[in-house]
Design a protein around this ligand. Structure first.
Ligand SMILES: [Zn+2]
Length: 144
């Protein structure tokens, strides 16, 4: 079994109307063999498994071999014709994410739950290459 050191939380950085198959198509377009995430949480709270946890998904370069990647659909909005990061998780997504992360953490108790951007330090927004997942996941899930 892979040693899981981190459970990463992502946003898809797409409209909340994007479908699971639309996101899978994006990964295929990028030429990726495996999807970016193991699990995807839709706005209605549905959790879809995209990849077996034994396999390596394409979530955070340099960390994938020892990680599980989880994402919610959303994370952007348009503002003055610009795309800006936003935490637009629905209540259903928040609940489903929390439940999924609790389950994963129970299975991999050694793993640290963190956001994609947490690799650059939650306290250092100037270092973030992406705002993903657009909220402080380390803080929100520290009790799990
Ligand atoms: Zn990400």
């Amino acid at each position: 079994m892979r040693k899981i050191e981190r459970i990463f939380v992502h946003c898809t950085a797409s409209s909340q109307k994007t479908t699971v198959s639309g996101i899978l198509a994006e990964f295929r377009q990028k030429g990726w063999r495996y999807p970016g995430y193991h699990y995807l949480v839709s706005p209605d709270g549905t959790v879809t498994q995209l990849l077996d946890e034994k396999l390596v998904s394409n979530g955070v370069k340099g960390f994938n071999a020892t990680s599980i990647n989880v994402a919610y659909i959303g994370g952007i909005r348009k503002e003055n014709r610009k795309i800006v990061p936003v935490d637009n998780r629905t209540q259903e997504q928040k609940a489903a994410l929390r439940e999924l992360l609790a389950k994963l953490h129970f299975k991999y108790p050694e793993a640290h739950i963190m956001g994609h951007r947490s690799i650059w330090g939650e306290d250092h927004p100037e270092r973030w290459k992406k705002a993903c997942p657009c909220f402080n996941a380390e803080d929100e899930y520290k009790d799990l």
